[in-house]
Design a protein around this ligand. Structure first.
Ligand code: HEC
Ligand code: HEC
Length: 374
């Protein structure tokens, strides 16, 4: 799974990078970022207005629709870097949480919120509502009323190398490629700390100093949470097995009605080997059962219609639970009592005033009242 996720992120950031380099700048005039670093080949800088990247909200190309220029060789070279889980592309360097905190507050917090909590439409950088012991995001919820875990860096991403690379090449959004390697280490250390990540059994706390060696020991909490596992020699077979059991995947919401419960539809598309296993559109998921409130036959009707008079003896009705009162009523024989309940007697309205109840339902609720009074 890692590879494809990485690819998704690569394309997201390439898109980001391409917009960055290709939008505003029509000339090669030298520009600098707020931190003083020179913008590669005079590429665009995005002013931040009210804490938001201005290009999203302010069209600086007022009079003509112009998508800038081709990215230059230098720009392509600068952005064409990979940082892989095995350490490929990860430079030497170090940074600590304290410095990362300061950098974060100055350059990131306006968009990503205090402690990476998100807000204003920008992604949160911490683990959100994911809790300890939750090893997998499969099936998502622990109880019917719980929200699924949020898919943030700390709760979802299988590799920390993606974070390092993403920050280095894409952030801060208005000034990508303006951070040094050590600054990137510091920011990564800070983000690991707000996610309460442990490296080699040591919690990344306020004092933590991160370097390349330690970085390569990070194991992200959800690393093994991806299903099916597409890595390795059994990858394709894993995918087949997974998609053949349609209770494994879903559209993220509880299926309430018209749910697909048959065999998954296998579309005969040839090609990559896995494309003939298309997930069905709506499927049943394994979710914990709804908590059922135990109720005896007749109990619900009693509570809805009868308890208003029968909970106590205040209104002259035999109270449920009053053994003596019910013994004397039952002296007439239960059949007579049913009839009195159904037809009414004295202060007892026919069917307790709810004429939609059937005779069978009346008998059931009377039995309930009698049993509850024993
Ligand atoms: C002006 C707003 C802004 C600032 C400032 C900013 N970011 Fe971002 N950040 C974004 C946006 C927008 C995205 C989503 C980009 C996308 O999806 O294409 C993002 C995405 C990210 C992501 C990926 C999150 C995910 O779950 O996909 C990380 C990590 C990140 N930023 C880190 C940082 C760091 C570290 C800084 C400070 C050095 C920073 N950002 C500064 C706007 C900003
Ligand atoms: C508006 C108040 C009221 C409601 C509502 C009500 N009851 Fe009663 N019920 C009475 C009263 C008062 C009596 C005593 C009647 C009497 O004087 O014998 C009674 C008596 C009874 C008796 C004993 C009849 C007998 O043979 O003496 C039964 C059985 C009974 N109710 C069942 C029910 C059931 C079942 C419901 C709900 C479906 C219900 N009641 C709803 C007021 C009520």
């Amino acid at each position: 799974m890692f590879k494809s996720y990485h690819k998704i992120l690569i394309s997201a950031t390439l898109a980001l990078a391409v917009t960055t380099v290709a939008s505003l700048a029509g000339n090669n005039e030298s520009r600098t970022y707020p931190n003083g670093k020179k913008v590669i080949d005079g590429g665009s800088t995005y002013p931040v207005v009210d804490g938001k990247t201005a290009s999203y909200f302010v069209n600086t190309q007022k009079n003509e629709i112009k998508f800038g220029r081709e990215a230059t060789e230098n720009e392509i070279k600068a952005w064409d870097i990979d940082v892989m889980p095995d350490g490929t592309g990860l430079p030497e360097g170090s940074g600590n949480v304290e410095d990362g905190d300061e950098l974060y507050e100055n350059q990131c917090g306006s968009c990503h919120g205090d402690f990476g909590a998100g807000g204003g439409g920008y992604p949160a950088l911490q683990k959100g509502n994911a809790y300890e012991g939750q090893k997998s995001l499969t099936n998502q919820r622990m109880g019917p009323d719980d929200d699924g875990p949020t898919r943030n860096f700390g709760s979802y991403w299988p590799e920390a190398s993606t974070l390092w690379w993403y920050i280095k090449t894409g952030m801060p959004h208005p000034a990508p490629m303006s951070l040094t390697d050590n600054e990137t280490y510091a920011l990564v250390a800070y983000i690991l700390s707000v996610n309460e990540i442990e490296i080699d059994g040591v919690l990344v706390d306020d004092e933590y100093e991160l370097d390349r060696e330690k970085f390569l020991k990070i194991k992200m909490p959800n690393k093994d949470g991806f299903e099916p596992n597409i890595d390795g020699p059994t990858g394709i077979e894993d995918v087949r097995v997974y998609f053949n059991d349609f209770s494994n995947y879903g559209n993220g919401t509880r299926c309430m009605k018209d749910c697909f419960e048959g065999e998954p539809v296998l579309l005969g598309i040839s090609g990559a080997g896995i494309s003939d296993y298309q997930p069905a559109i709506s499927i049943k998921k394994h979710l914990p059962k709804e908590k059922e409130v135990e109720s005896l036959p007749g109990q619900k009707t009693y509570e809805a219609t009868c308890s208003i008079c029968h909970a106590t003896s205040d209104m002259g009705a035999p109270a449920v639970g009053d053994r003596k009162a019910w013994i004397s009523i039952l002296n007439k024989g239960i059949d007579k009592v049913y009839v009195n309940g159904i037809d009414g007697i004295n202060g007892m309205p026919p069917k307790g005033g709810n004429m939609s109840l059937t005779e069978a339902e009346m008998k059931e609720v009377i039995d309930y009242m009698v049993n509850a009074s024993k």
